[in-house]
Write a protein that binds this ligand. Structure first.
Ligand code: DAH
Length: 368
């Protein structure tokens, strides 16, 4: 190929040399002008400037070194200008960048829609837990957590469910296997409520206490549209001197207005929980009909939302074993517990609790 590109020189007079070099210059100029791509430029450089087989190397070894002594100077001068020309052509081609044709072929069409990347978003239950805890954080409550695998003592006994107490039957759960050799109070189970973290908190710190505790809980429960064997609660505990039922009502009334809007009303009904006395169920005016009565509130105008009450002296007695300041004669407190799924379903209009757990992006994407 190279021998085709440069003929052998038969004469070394000025005219013959001028013609031979002019032919190469013209050829190089034409090739450079026709360059349209980066690949083409690479090939041009290799063809003309390649160290081993490039045309300049060939010219140097055949025309220059092969020239008779008297013609060496004339060939050398012309070789130098040819080499300078090739370098200039290369520089110009490199500087010019791709031609319009190449640009058109390689360009990105910025009018096309982009590739959308999914960004993560808070799960609606996480969001609800955060919303609830921030309402209380704004009132000066701290936020705590406790273990999901709990002992019988914390989940039941110290919450005033003695062994064999019928209230235990309402909170059946999964228990860790092969623990029969341990004393009952040390046996492990999946906690049925976040209430045991009340005791873990009081054992760690003397009063006053204001804390909310979000967390996952487990019950032996048949799954249906509104029940799940795994769900989430937010527990609350407030202990100080002279805490009364009015404090409980005022705090929860404020929290419900912050969560559902200022027109929401609350009311309290007597209830029973082993760890509070008195105990109450709190209802809010139906957020769907404003209290007039609709299908969602079963025409009653009210929706039951949480359990609450004044901390039972028996619970304080357990706390006082580690922190004597929990003396029920000197301090008092209230507690409450609410289900996060129920609140999320109401706030976001979700009719099937199972949607929270299956990870269907068509559902979760609506909360992004
Ligand atoms: N632990 C109760 C449950 O899971 C909810 C509850 C009721 C929590 C009353 C409380 C309370 O702190 O005072 O059903």
């Amino acid at each position: 190929m190279m021998s085709e590109a440069i003929p052998n020189l038969s004469a070394f007079d000025d005219n013959a040399l001028d013609r031979a070099f002019a032919a190469l210059k013209q050829q190089a100029g034409e090739e450079a002008a026709a360059l349209t791509s980066a690949d083409g430029l690479e090939a041009f450089k290799l063809r003309w400037l390649g160290r081993k087989q490039g045309i300049l190397t060939e010219v140097s070894s055949r025309w220059l070194k092969g020239a008779p002594p008297e013609a060496k100077k004339a060939v050398g001068e012309r070789f130098k200008t040819l080499k300078e020309l090739i370098e200039q052509l290369r520089e110009a081609a490199e500087g010019a960048g791709p031609t319009d044709a190449v640009l058109a072929a390689e360009a990105i069409d910025i009018t096309l829609p982009g590739t959308r990347r999914l960004t993560g978003a808070e799960h609606p239950i996480t969001r609800t837990l955060n919303e609830i805890t921030s309402v209380f954080a704004a009132l000066g409550y701290s936020v705590g957590v406790g273990p999901e695998v709990e002992t019988d003592f914390y989940n039941f006994e110290c919450m005033n469910f003695p062994p064999g107490h019928p209230a235990r039957d309402t909170q059946d759960t999964l228990v860790i296997a092969n623990q029969e050799r341990r004393p009952l109070r040390d046996r492990l189970l999946l906690r049925t409520h976040t209430s045991p973290v009340q005791m873990r908190t009081m054992e760690r710190q003397p009063p006053p206490v204001r804390i909310v505790i979000p967390g996952k809980v487990h019950r032996n429960e048949a799954d249906d549209a509104t029940h799940s064997s795994t769900f989430h609660q937010v527990e609350g505990l407030c202990v100080d001197t002279n805490i009364t039922f009015s404090d409980l009502k005022g705090t929860l009334d404020h929290a419900m207005k912050a969560l559902f809007g200022s027109s929401v009303k609350t009311r309290f009904f007597p209830s029973f929980f082993p760890f509070t006395e008195p105990s109450a169920d709190m209802q809010i005016s139906c957020i769907f009909c404003g209290g007039k009565g609709c299908r969602k509130c079963k025409q009653s105008g009210w929706i039951e939302l949480l359990g609450c009450g004044m901390v039972d002296p028996a619970v304080f007695a357990f706390a006082a074993e580690k922190q004597p300041a929990y003396d029920p004669k000197k301090i008092s407190g209230f507690a409450f517990g609410m289900g996060a799924e129920r609140i999320a379903m109401m706030k976001y209009g979700v009719s099937d609790i199972g949607q929270f757990y299956v990870g269907d992006m068509r559902f979760l994407g609506q909360f992004a």
